[in-house]
Design a binder for this molecule. Structure first.
Ligand code: ARG
Length: 571
């Protein structure tokens, strides 16, 4: 918050574009290295640090008012260290947070430019699993962060709603569906289809004819056979209904949906263009491939010898149409690491074809998610279902809450169970660097201690309960200079850092940075309770501490909100 002032002061004594670093606590709040000036000033950086410090000090004697936000300026080796006036910082940050409330931490980096975040993109016919949960959590958090940084965000999903997987479910329905519907069998639509798909797999192992039936079904679909299309539409709408329930439960909404069934034939012109430009070439069997080998990327077939197009052909088309139709600054694709090569090839082909926007495509890749008792594998039917997992988490949370509050109403229990259960799941999915594989441990994730969502939520709820004990009164800060305890200054410093954390998490899609920040803020708040009383102290000190806690509460809630996690008042 005072960094800009440091920059201005240095400029006034002839030091332009300084680097600002964070020194060890005992040296101050900002450290500025002088190495960059050594050449120009023809002096040792140590000497420069001493000289600039002296210049600043004489400026301070001449215009003390301009310096009242600083308590110390010192040189140490090649560095100049600045220490802020803590009570001014405390007053400024607490007041800012309490005025801006929900908006504290927002910035204008995006300048209203539009970013599309494509995430989730499930295959219809199979319910969402654990991997989709990580995907959905990442996509939502990235979208929230981008919009807090001033971007217009379009949340998009590509529904892979046609192809072999749907044909198989359709064949299974004809054989064993017995005209049932999700409603008549009391099942969620996507689960209903998922079971058909698994049934197909099991039966096809015994009876290979079924694979042929599925191939015939797919051809009939492609030939737009009326009956086939009608059956497909029916099954598809069941599945989409099911997905929508899952999204509703997770609190996820999309602005744009893309349907493979409307796009799958597209991309032919792009292949022709690729041939013209020499980016693609015809193989002996008539198939067409993009030649990428000279870029150390394997070549990629974009049109089969029978003339049909592939997954990547559609993606070439979809990317182009998105940039053509909307004035996009960027597309972020949230897709698992199994498709790293696909996106490398996709982006390279687009670049070679001369589309300048190709460099605005970004693949946010993430590692697999496993459960402690075995890796998930959808083909063998050992899927960890997203809905089941969300339910299990809410049940676990409810159990914990009703243990603490045996008399709680059913309605309240459901609300809290939801906030805590889904909060635990979401935080666990986001707290690691996305590239890392993740082992989801339901019990550990819901613990009120450790690096968990509920730990951060609890920290927020505890502040709420202090205010409740204080009869809801939220005092003004009158004497910020009373906040001198080291745990108080540590909290104040953390609060000032929040906007930079939001910006950094947005720029590098490092959502885990925000998670770690929130854990640190929660831990520091606990340390504060360990050494400082809040309600049973002299009134001015009490009010200063309450104001500080109020600011912490706002930041905890804002940060959790960006992650897609609720902050209940009680737990
Ligand atoms: N539905 C695909 C899958 O589950 C992911 C689609 C990713 N998006 C894309 N534009 N290729 O594997």
């Amino acid at each position: 918050m005072f960094k800009q002032k440091v920059v201005e002061l240095l400029a006034a004594v002839g030091f332009q574009h300084p680097l600002l670093e964070k020194p060890d606590l005992q040296f101050g709040d900002v450290a500025v290295p002088c190495f960059s000036l050594a050449k120009e000033w023809k002096k040792a950086p140590q000497q420069i640090a001493i000289e600039i410090t002296e210049k600043l000090r004489s400026k301070q004697q001449a215009e003390p008012k301009q310096f009242k936000w600083l308590s110390e300026i010192n040189s140490a080796g090649a560095y100049i260290n600045f220490k802020y006036n803590q009570s001014l910082v405390a007053n400024e940050v607490i007041t800012t947070i309490r005025t801006q409330k929900k908006k504290y931490g927002y910035n204008q980096e995006g300048n209203n430019k539009t970013v599309m975040v494509e995430f989730s993109s499930p295959n219809t016919g199979k319910p969402m699993h654990l991997g989709h949960v990580r995907n959905n959590c990442l996509g939502r958090a990235v979208s929230n962060l981008l919009s807090a940084s001033g971007y217009r965000v379009l949340r998009a999903s590509l529904m892979n709603d046609r192809g072999a997987h749907m044909a198989k479910a359709m064949v299974a329905y004809q054989h064993w569906g017995e005209r049932k519907t999700p409603a008549s069998s009391g099942k969620k639509g996507d689960h209903f289809l998922g079971e058909l798909y698994v049934k197909f797999k099991q039966e096809a192992e015994k009876n290979p004819i079924l694979e042929e039936e599925a191939a015939t079904m797919l051809r009939a679909w492609e030939a737009e056979d009326k009956k086939t299309i009608a059956l497909w539409k029916k099954l598809l709408s069941w599945c989409v209904n099911g997905f929508n329930q899952t999204y509703k439960e997770m609190g996820i909404k999309f602005d744009v949906l893309y349907w493979e069934s409307k796009l799958w034939k597209q991309g032919a012109e792009l292949v022709d263009l690729g041939l013209q430009k020499g980016v693609m070439e015809k193989l002996e069997d008539g198939a067409i491939t993009a030649t990428l080998e000279q870029y150390s990327i394997p070549d990629k077939v974009v049109r089969r010898s029978d003339g049909t197009s592939l997954y990547i052909t559609q993606d070439l088309y979809v990317a182009k149409s998105r940039f053509d139709e909307r004035n996009l600054d960027r597309i972020v694709y949230v897709v698992a690491c199994e498709q790293d090569l696909h996106f490398k090839q996709l982006f390279k082909i687009l670049e070679l074809m001369g589309f300048t926007w190709a460099k605005k495509c970004y693949h946010l890749s993430y590692g697999m998610v496993a459960l402690p008792d075995g890796v998930m594998k959808s083909r063998e039917g050992r899927v960890v279902d997203a809905d089941d997992l969300m339910k299990e988490m809410q049940d676990l949370a409810k159990k914990e809450v009703s243990r603490r509050y045996p008399d709680i109403s059913e309605e309240e229990l459901t609300l809290r169970g939801r906030a805590i259960g889904l909060g635990a799941l979401t935080f666990f999915m986001l707290r690691l660097d996305p590239v890392k594989e993740l082992m989801y441990d339901p019990k550990a994730s819901i613990s009120f201690e450790g690096e968990t969502g509920p730990y951060v939520q609890y920290s927020h709820a505890r502040i709420c309960s202090i205010f409740e004990k204080h009869e809801g009164k939220i005092p003004k800060i009158k004497k910020p200079e009373l906040l001198t305890h080291q745990t108080e200054t540590a909290l104040v410093t953390l609060l000032t850092e929040y906007p930079a954390i939001v910006l950094a998490s947005t720029k590098q899609y490092d959502i885990h940075t925000l998670c770690h920040y929130l854990l640190q803020l929660a831990t520091e708040t606990n340390a504060f309770y360990g050494s400082c009383q809040v309600l049973n102290v002299e009134a001015n000190l009490r009010d200063a501490r309450l104001a500080l806690l109020d600011a912490v509460r706002i930041v905890l809630k804002n940060g959790l909100g960006l992650l897609g996690i609720e902050a209940p008042q009680r737990m």
